[in-house]
Structure formats: structure tokens, C-alpha cells
Design a protein around this ligand. Sequence first.
Ligand code: 13P
Length: 248
Amino acid sequence: MRNYYIAGNWKMHMTRSEAAELARTLVAQLKDGEHKYLVAPSFTLIETVAPIVKGSNIGLGAQNMAAEPQGAHTGEVSVLQLKDLGVDTVILGHSERRHVYKEDDALVNAKVKLALQHGFEVILCVGELLEEREAGRAEAVCEGQVVKGLEGVSDLSRVVIAYEPVWAIGTGKTATPEDADAIHAYIRKVIEKTYGAGAAEKIVIQYGGSVKPENAAQLMAKENIDGALVGGAALKADSFVPIAKFGR
Ligand code: 13P
């Protein structure tokens, strides 16, 4: 039985005081929550949020990291620096990194391996563009991103996959629960091919893309949808808490 995992990707939003207030509210309102939770603030907010979520049932994530542990990489943030702040999870391969900042599968894969080597949990994001879906290539695109993103990774116990169709991110257009579930099931098959049925059964696959309090329960009801990676609706406790406590 997989545990539901609801994560908030705060993207490039909030100041320290706003982040502290949201984190405090979430800690208070989710303390009786039954699922696994995470918030991923901007790098500059992590030190503020860390002591607030410490000891709570909300994990602390980062939204990206460099592919090298240290060195001359102006503007990048390293796994060692994140570890130093108490971060234990990193979101990698987000579509905004892939499509806006041109991160390719090889770079994402290098980051995934480095994060795992340092004991982090990884949320590997995959998902197709609208034109890829319309061309009937959604499954192939996701398969390629999963396989290449995990190349050389033998143990999936600290890997979560987030299926985020790019056309559903920040657009208000959610994949139907049926469409999302079909891709999740396909991703599970892809995992089964390389890692076996046990790993495929265990791996948590989140859905991301315009998840809201109104659609969370229908999405989570699907057999292969094990949680959510939430963007816009994660910025307010009023919308994130009902998603995190869906069905109650
Ligand atoms: P929205 O929930 O704003 O569509 O963003 C989804 C996302 O990209 C989470 O990583």
C-alpha cells in the first residue's frame, strides 16, 4: 500500500515573513494530517522555513540544485549547501527547468544521481507538452524522461515521480483523472520493466498541474495517483490544507 504524498512547490514566490507565516499555519493545520507532506520554498526562504517545519510532519524540499557538489558555478546552489540547511528532498527536472532553462535529460540525470548519493529524496518531474500530447506522444515523452532521468540509478526507495503535463501547469486546465491515471499506469509499467514489479508497485507517482481543493479527491481516487505536486494552490493555507486533507 502506497502512502499519499502531497507536496507544495512554492516556485519563485514569497518573502521570508510571508513564507514563515504560511509555514507556521501549515504546521498547525496539518498536524493531524494523515499523509506525507512537503514544502519546497525558494532557496532564500529555506533557512527561515527550516526551523518552523522541523519536527513536524512536513518535510523540507528544494526546487532544484546544481549537478556538481561544489566549485566555480556562479548562481548555482549545491547539494552540500542544501544539506547544511536541513533540506532532505529536492525537486528535479521540473518542466520550468526543462523548458525555460533548457535542462536536458542528461543534466537532470546527473542531478538525480548526485542528490541520491547525498542521501536526498528526489521528486523527478516528467510530462509532455501540449503538442506532444496532440501528436499522441505523451507516453513516449514521459517514458524517455523517466528512463533517462533514472539512468544508472539502481535503488528507487528514495525516488518519487511527479507527472506534470506541461499544458496543465498554471493554466487552470487539469488533466482528467482518467487521463492522468493512464499516464501514471504507463509510468508504473516503465518502472516495472527495469526495476521489477515490487519497485513498480511501491513507487509513489504524484500528479501536478492545476491541482485544487475542488479536484484533489477525484484525482487521488485513481488507482495510480499517489499524491500531488501543487503549485499555485500551495501558496495559501486555505487552498493547500484542503488538498492535503482531501476526502475529509
Ligand atoms: P500549478 O499547480 O500552479 O499548476 O503548478 C504545478 C506545478 O508545476 C507544481 O510543480
